[in-house]
Write a protein that binds this ligand. Structure first.
Ligand SMILES: C[S@@+](CC[C@H](N)C(=O)[O-])C[C@H]1O[C@@H](n2cnc3c(N)ncnc32)[C@H](O)[C@@H]1O
Length: 250
């Protein structure tokens, strides 16, 4: 029996992202169900290996030294193998490096590019995404807005989790014994597979990037984030979503 232990690297992931209780897991599952996605690139991933519970081939990139421990931990691999929601073998590559200089990965070779609170990934890593590939982003660092004002992406929808908020998922309490319990896994799996908490909106999308006062969002406005914190920006947008989904045009 391949025993799973709660060692330091896996613990780092579970304590922060909560494993099967991860806020992002139902989103990833919904995407996989709705689009043909094989290869995924997640720059600025930190230790967020939830993606590998849904997609068999994921490349992670982060330049924070402390993120490496999760990827090096054998129990992380065991955790993924035990709880992954697909039959194929899981393939994971992790690069401890600046995502502006990713080694060994071919341009135009990924089906999905993920950007969650980690800077302007749409511009720095967009070259790895194939034409027609998907760019999934939040707007914490204005990367969704950057995608919106770019000629390289078309906004195709926004996604919300209607049952939970992403602002409290890191602080949830998860008990170790529950995590490795088969009943818990079956219940969670059912919940995730039903995708009942995911709302996808694909109409009137321009409203999400309409400033409250100014006539329209410009690149200069989007780039203010490089010098100011999100709360100090000179404008506010009318509407918000948890995640924004784009298709790459070129
Ligand atoms: C706020 S964390 C978000 C982590 C994860 N995406 C999440 O949603 O929990 C931002 C991460 O991006 C990484 N990061 C920022 N700039 C980077 C760069 N130029 N190259 C590689 N990683 C970077 C940081 O090291 C950090 O781990």
């Amino acid at each position: 029996m391949n025993e799973l232990n709660f060692t330091k690297g896996l613990r780092k992931y579970i304590e922060y992202y909560k494993g099967l209780d991860d806020f992002y897991l139902p989103f990833f599952y919904w995407l996989k169900n709705n689009y043909p996605i094989k290869k995924v690139l997640y720059p600025g991933s930190y230790t967020h290996i939830t993606t590998s519970l849904v997609f068999p081939e994921v490349v992670y990139v982060d330049n924070t030294n402390s993120s490496e421990i999760t990827f090096k931990d054998k129990n992380t691999r065991k955790f993924i193998n035990r709880y992954k929601l697909y039959d194929k073998i899981s393939e994971i590559r992790f690069y401890l490096t600046d995502y502006r200089k990713i080694p060994n990965e071919k341009p135009l070779s990924f089906d999905l590019l993920i950007s969650i609170s980690a800077g302007f990934i749409s511009t720095t890593c967009g070259k790895y995404l194939r034409k027609g590939g998907l760019f999934l982003s939040d707007n914490d660092h204005n990367d969704a807005a950057r995608g919106y004002v770019s000629n390289s992406y078309e906004l195709i929808g926004v996604l919300n989790n209607i049952k939970s908020s992403r602002h409290d998922h890191h602080s949830k309490n998860i008990q170790e014994n529950v995590l490795f319990d088969e009943k818990y896994f079956k219940r969670k799996r059912k919940e995730i597979e039903s995708s009942s908490e995911i709302q996808f909106i694909s109409t009137d999308l321009q409203e999400f990037f309409q400033p409250k006062i100014e006539p329209e969002l410009t690149l200069d406005m989007v780039e203010e984030i490089m010098e100011k914190s999100p709360s100090k920006l000179s404008y506010k947008l009318k509407k918000k979503a948890d995640l924004y989904l784009f298709r790459k045009l070129d």
